[in-house]
Write a protein that binds this ligand. Sequence first.
Ligand code: PHE
Length: 344
Amino acid sequence: MKDRLEALKQEALQELEQAANTQHLNELKVKYLGKKGPITEVLRGMGSLSAEERPVIGQVANDVRAAIAEGIEAKLEQYRKEETERKLRQETIDVTLPGRARPAGAIHPLNKVIEEIEAIFIGMGYTVEEGPEVETDYFNFEALNLPKDHPARDMQDSFYITEDVLLRTHTSPVQVRTMQRMKGSIPVKIICPGKVYRRDDDDATHSHLFTQIEGLVIDKKIRMSDLKGTLQQFVQEMFGKQTQIRLRPSFFPFTEPSAEVDVSCMMCGGAGCRTCKQTGWLEILGSGMVHPRVLEMSGYDPEEYSGFAFGMGVERIAMLKYGIEDIRHFYTNDLRFLQQFVHI
Ligand code: PHE
């Protein structure tokens, strides 16, 4: 029995030597030390031994079992260690490697300028209104004192969808929609940013799609000087404290009187340069006192109320402010252009 136990021990230790992984070792554990293993079997057969032999063989059996168990544990421990080391090696991080740059998106320069203009007017107590880009003839023209066949409709060549539906040519229809919704209540003090469409041939300064911001104020005793003061304040916040405006007589069917507004050239400070064509002034918007007929048509008694309105092209403002020479840059999505505005 003693020989058999010794042989078992040799056999087990040899197999152990060749065990290639922890799974194999666990199998050996079951095989030699398990309830159905050979050592248990030997111990079970001890009944047939004499009283003197029993403790001796018992001792040998326990030693063999302990030796095998120890051998397995030692080897398991070794494999665990190796495994941990391998993992650690695999997972080492080279902190000196340069990071992977994730390109960040940014707000489009046009939207930035819209937000900037909105912020200036919100600061003066205005709220922001929006309206549909597909508009009816009534809101785009008729209610703005431009009846059918009015020659001034030619000022804004339009994309018609049906005879009565078109892509809005300006943001002024939002004035009408707001007035009608407010049903004669005051004050009306809104700006309306949005896309507008005209049948223009695209070039450096024209685009069939562009962006306008409309302004409308209606209250009692609103005067031309309120318009002038508001726009003066706006341009100083937009282009800098030294910026001046001047009003030139103009014509719009929906305002009377009407004025074209120029700002002193921010490139040369008014001295005359290429940007302002040596005049010292740049035209930036159209404006005027809301025509009595426009007030009346949308429910405001012109005897009691008056108002001013203005409309500006956002692209033009952005081009002047940031020295952009071609309006098409806003729409061609060239990253080299767009990325210049990430940090403004
Ligand atoms: N709607 C005019 C245009 O697009 C601009 C404007 C708005 C003029 C409001 C006067 C008052 O040309």
